[in-house]
Design a protein around this ligand. Structure first.
Ligand code: OXD
Ligand code: MN
Length: 577
């Protein structure tokens, strides 16, 4: 059907990565541009720049469908298409789509080779950029084909960039067949089918059937000055600081963050009744703008650590004096001689960003200096607290703890966030984004909340649940909380509240949840006024009432699929405000 000129079976080796870089540099093109451009190999070892098609710069949620015979099961949170109709459409669009091009066959594993939870997958693609990106982000290799053998039990991905025409761009999921079929985009979550498409959308549905959760979460270990490590997961919408949190450098002496993952966590209940998290990926696909030695020094070190994994920069600007990538918010001043993300010369006084706001780096997790020694644990790590967050200029306080599992699930189910450039949507508008999974939950969200409630009942020691908001602003639009490495102060409170001794750590009860008690947040050495701290932590009934009417509209969309427990919590909060 695809009529490719040749087939290339990838084995995941280093020689192959180098060969693919060369093909992308010298043989493949997007329009008039090479797929890869070699950057300064002294300062950015094994690094390449990729410029995507100008219409293809973010995930396209409006072109993403879940195709299942039961529309109700798919829910109002997903675009739906009948599987037969979707297949016919995709066949039409895919006819001859690889003519004259190479089809790369990518066998890969999501999860550790030794993990009982790992899933074998095969994706085909027709662009070296996706082949190389998948090698960074997954465990790719011939051994995966041996593992699959003659069985049908693997996740199938068909991907072609087609002609990049947005009117012929679709990302279709067929959960009944473990199949993802994507055409017309080479960008991130639209094209690296092991990521959002499988490890979140399809995996979330597998999790519903098999009793586990696939979540949009970072996994970190927080080490205290005594050397005890407590593991946490945290869910934030795209481009809200998950990567910065995952490799944060603590502003409090003696504390250290260990990195296990920055985007996806698979959560299983262990034999001991605790919740365990593992990261199915092996790389970071992070947002570049704003990343610097000041905001995320460990990521800057990761980017420059070049090993046998190439590091890719997608749609960043290029400093033509040094041949290095550049983006807004990087250290130092704006270079004089810059090409923007499309390769055009930038005027020095231009106010338009030179890097695309959703420009990204793709880099191997092995290069991360804070990688946890437990990152490859086949069972995952035991989780003491689950954090949910969003980008909210108002209403939501710096941190709130849920009263119990059910209340925590309600808090997460009703969270919202101001949209970012990660998806092709209007930026900065508030949308409800339960568990940061709105674009990624592959089935009806009402059923998803019920699954979360049921998971809690299966654990003998469920993690504590918290909601955080680093982004609250004052009347003048200034952030109230300094963020970045100072966030450790909030994590410290969260960890302490989550340990067995947690009930002794002071907290204040509000209708919306527990706030840190007076002086229980460690503010030593931090310059923040009492007034700002109070504003950052305020639970304001007027704001919450407005919030709840917005929440009610959202929850009602799911009709009787919305569990009664969620409405019970809603009614209790409404009544107590
Ligand atoms: C991502 C996203 O790329 O969430 O991780 O958009
Ligand atoms: Mn993400």
């Amino acid at each position: 059907m695809t009529r490719q000129a040749r087939v290339y079976w990838c084995d995941g080796s280093e020689e192959e990565a180098r060969r693919l870089m060369e093909i992308g540099e010298k043989e493949e093109r997007i329009g008039s541009q090479s797929v890869f451009y070699k950057l300064n190999q002294e300062t950015f070892p094994f690094s390449y720049l990729h410029r995507s098609h100008p219409t293809d710069v973010a995930r396209t949620e409006q072109l993403t469908f879940v195709c299942h015979p039961d529309r109700e099961m798919v829910g109002p949170n997903n675009n739906w298409m009948d599987p037969g109709e979707a297949k016919a459409k995709m066949r039409g669009l895919s006819e001859g789509c690889m003519a004259g091009r190479t089809m790369y066959v990518l066998p890969y594993l999501m999860g550790n080779h030794l993990s009982p939870y790992a899933k074998a997958c095969v994706q085909i693609t027709d662009i070296s950029y996706v082949a190389v990106s998948m090698r960074i982000m997954t465990r790719m290799g011939k051994d995966v084909l041996d593992r699959i053998g003659a069985s049908e039990n693997f996740v199938k991905g068909i991907h072609s960039v087609g002609d990049f025409d947005p009117s012929r761009r679709f990302i279709m999921h067929f959960p009944e067949e473990n199949l993802v079929w994507s055409i017309g985009s080479g960008y991130g979550g639209n094209a690296l089918l092991g990521k959002k498409c499988f490890s979140l959308r399809i995996a979330s549905l597998l999790g519903l059937k098999e009793g586990w959760l696939a979540e949009h979460m970072v996994i970190i270990g927080v080490e205290d000055p005594k050397g005890n490590v407590t593991y946490l997961v945290a869910a934030f919408p795209s481009a809200c600081g998950k990567t910065n949190l995952a490799m944060m450098e603590s502003a409090l002496p003696g504390y250290k963050i260990w990195t296990l993952g920055d985007d996806i966590a698979w959560l299983h209940v262990g034999d001991d009744g605790r919740l365990y998290a593992l990261n199915p990926e092996t790389g970071f696909f992070g947002v570049a703008p704003g990343t610097s030695m000041a905001t995320n020094p460990n990521m800057m070190r990761t980017l420059k650590a070049g090993t046998f994994y190439p590091t890719l920069y997608t749609n960043t600007a290029l400093n033509t004096d040094t041949n290095e990538p550049w983006w807004e918010g990087m250290d130092g001043s704006r270079p004089e001689n810059l090409l923007d993300w499309q390769g055009n010369i930038c005027q020095p006084d231009s106010k338009t960003p030179a890097a695309h706001p959703n420009s990204r780096f793709t880099v191997g997790i092995r290069q991360c200096p804070t990688l946890s020694p437990e990152a490859d644990n086949p069972q995952g790590v035991p989780i003491s607290a689950i954090i949910f967050g969003g980008r909210r200029s108002d209403t939501r306080p710096l941190v709130l703890q849920g009263f119990n599992w059910q209340h925590g699930v309600f808090m997460a189910a009703t969270m919202g966030s101001e949209t970012t450039a990660a998806a092709a949507l209007q930026v900065g508008v508030l949308r409800r984004d339960p568990m940061a999974m709105l674009p990624f939950c592959g089935y009806n969200m009402g059923d998803y909340f019920r699954h979360w409630l049921d998971m809690g009942k299966r654990m003998t020691r469920p993690p504590e649940i918290f909601c955080i908001n680093w982004f609250r602003k004052d009347e003048d639009g200034e952030f109230l909380w300094p963020g970045f490495g100072e966030n450790i102060r909030v994590l410290k409170w969260i960890v302490e509240r989550s340990l067995d001794s947690g009930s002794t750590i002071p907290r204040r009860e509000t209708p919306a949840g527990f706030l840190p008690g007076r002086r229980s947040l460690d503010l030593s050495g931090l310059d923040i006024s009492e007034a700002n701290l109070e504003k950052a932590l305020a639970v304001n009934p007027r704001e919450w009432k407005a919030e709840l009417s917005n929440v009610e509209i959202f929850l009602k969309k799911f009709g009787d699929r919305m569990p009664g427990e969620i409405w019970d919590e809603f009614n209790e909060l409404s009544a107590s405000l």
